[in-house]
Design a protein around this ligand. Structure first.
Ligand SMILES: NC(=O)c1ccc[n+]([C@@H]2O[C@H](COP(=O)([O-])OP(=O)(O)OC[C@H]3O[C@@H](n4cnc5c(N)ncnc54)[C@H](OP(=O)(O)O)[C@@H]3O)[C@@H](O)[C@H]2O)c1
Length: 386
């Protein structure tokens, strides 16, 4: 079977949350491009139906930029103005009934992912929202499978080899995001014997490795953005550490396969480089080479021991920036690796075909440059978060 091609006998109706985000958008692209009979219902936050339609029209213009592509794909998506924080997902009774009768596959990619968000936002979307999605799944009379997007970082501050499916609640988490994703996954796990569920746990997901397309600029993008703005970036680094990063096209291809593989049911899978993960030093090198490739000026990144960062560099920096760097360090600063061997085994995917960051980072940056960094610069280099 061709990689990523979905082989099902009849029209498949998908219900997707988080379509305006990085992973959800790429799911919409993948499904509509690989299965000509698939249709998608997209649950979108907006003040009203018209505003929700506008958001999805804009998304489809990005995903399918040619007139013909847009005209072919857009009618296959239905926009549902709603919110996972609300009972029945904020849908009218009629829409709820319609969706629960017709949905075959659910992809739950909506979540609050911004580290700066207040605690209440995380619990409302990432825990209560998951509960509402499970209620929806249970009400779906034609449901074949639900894919829940969790995170590799539900492991919190654990080091060593992280097995998929392990959740040790004794291990502390670094932030409210991790805490809420952990609680959300625990809720899903309680239902996996009675609902057809599969859980995907990605590590750091970045844009499309082929064309750089992204809907979110976090992690490596932030480092590139600061270099572009002429800043001296200083990173606290302890060796060894683990910088695991995967491109969204690869992650989504595997997610959709897991959604359809019968033997994946009830199980949890890492979407990760695993033992091929980079060190922070390697990632810094790749980032700098990508800046070189795009002929952008920058000051080389300094890597310092966390102690020096805390005593000298952090206090000299803008407070928000130092906070964000410390936050990032909690994700890459531990000696661990995420075991993705079951993902490769079950999907038959060759782990060596997983594109390495060095082969596509310049494409991510070229996209970010055009869509975000140049705009930020022309607005006076505003440092608002992505
Ligand atoms: N990207 C990564 O590196 C990564 C790594 C591990 C796990 N994950 C997980 O993968 C999933 C998708 O991540 P992502 O990177 O695509 O996130 P993202 O780009 O931040 O997108 C989040 C999506 O969720 C939607 N959303 C948030 N709150 C909602 C609500 N109350 N009701 C309905 N929709 C809501 C957002 O809608 P708006 O556009 O309206 O805000 C957006 O479409 C999340 O569960 C995340 O935890 C991501």
């Amino acid at each position: 079977m061709e990689a990523g091609r979905i082989s099902i006998g009849s029209t498949a109706q998908y219900f997707i949350t988080g379509a305006t985000g990085l992973i959800g958008a790429e799911c919409v692209y993948h499904i509509l491009s690989h299965d000509s009979r698939a249709k998608v219902d997209l649950l979108v936050r907006a003040k009203n139906q018209q505003a929700a339609e506008l958001r999805i029209n804009r998304l489809f213009r990005t995903l399918f930029p040619t007139e013909i592509g847009y005209a072919r794909m857009r009618p296959r998506a239905r926009v549902l103005c709603g919110d996972i924080r609300h009972p029945k997902l904020g849908l009218s009774e009629a829409l709820w009934l319609h969706c629960t009768r017709h949905t075959h596959y659910i992809i739950h990619a909506a979540a609050i992912t911004d580290w700066e968000a207040p605690k209440a936002y995380f619990s409302a979307a990432n825990v209560k929202g998951v509960q509402h999605m499970l209620t929806f799944a249970r009400a779906c009379s034609s449901l074949r499978r639900m894919l829940h997007l969790s995170s590799a970082y539900v492991c919190g501050e654990r080091s060593g080899i992280i097995e998929p499916g392990d959740i040790d609640t004794e291990v502390p988490v670094s932030d409210w995001y991790q805490a809420s994703k952990r609680s959300g996954e625990q809720l899903v796990l309680k239902h996996r014997k009675t609902l057809p569920i599969v859980i995907a746990r990605p590590t750091h997901v970045v844009g499309n490795s082929d064309n750089g397309r992204t809907h979110r600029y976090h992690g490596v993008y932030r480092l590139g953005e600061w270099l572009y703005q002429g800043e001296r970036v200083v990173l606290p680094v302890t060796e060894p550490n683990c910088f695991d990063v995967v491109p969204v096209d690869w992650a989504v291809n595997l997610m959709i396969r897991l959604l359809h593989l019968p033997q994946a049911e009830g199980r949890c899978f890492h979407l990760a480089l695993g033992e091929r993960a980079y060190s922070a030093t390697q990632v810094c090198r790749i980032i700098q080479k990508s800046m070189d490739k795009l002929e952008l000026d920058y000051k080389p990144i300094w890597q310092v021991a966390p102690r020096w960062f805390n005593i000298i560099h952090g206090p000299l920096m803008n407070r928000e920036r130092a906070k964000e760097i410390r936050q990032m360090e909690r994700y890459y600063g531990l000696e661990r690796y995420f075991d993705a061997s079951s993902t490769f085994r079950i999907t038959g995917e060759d782990r060596h075909k997983l594109p390495g960051l060095e082969s596509y980072c310049h494409k991510l940056f070229a996209y970010a440059l055009k869509r975000r960094w140049e705009k930020l610069q022309s607005k006076g280099g505003s440092l608002t978060r992505a």
